[in-house]
Design a protein around this ligand. Sequence first.
Ligand SMILES: [Fe+2]
Length: 164
Amino acid sequence: MPSTTLKDLYVASLQKMYTGENEILDALPGMIETTENAGLQQAFQDHRDETANHVKRLEDLLNGVNADLGDAEARGIAGLIAEGEDTIGSNASIEVKEAAMVAVAQQIEHLEIAAYGTLCTYAEMLGRGEDFNQLQQTLDEERHTDSKLNELAKEIINGQARGD
Ligand SMILES: [Fe+2]
């Protein structure tokens, strides 16, 4: 159904992220299982807990605008997850898999940062201050995860370059 008002677009975007966050939640256990680097495994575990919280926040926000959870597609996130699964299923070395998983995870974070940034703007324009605060909190957590992954990526890639 095409979005006709900013409020419709806001709801449709919340529903899309609801689908996307659930897909991330389903994908993280496979990434945790594949990872051997302790720091990376911990980062994925922490992010799984945060993601469960992001799902809950989206449920509350959709509830607050009297909308259902919908059955939107989140093709961008699904495409990136599929790339991550290709990596997990490949016969690359664990170090290469870890480097590739961090890269995919960061691409997902960047998509989420853009999407939550937009949602914050919509919430503000719609005068929904409490929604804005909730979305901003998720946005901050996504940014924090991204910078943590950035540090880990450097560590993993440097380790490989040195042959550790
Ligand atoms: Fe998230």
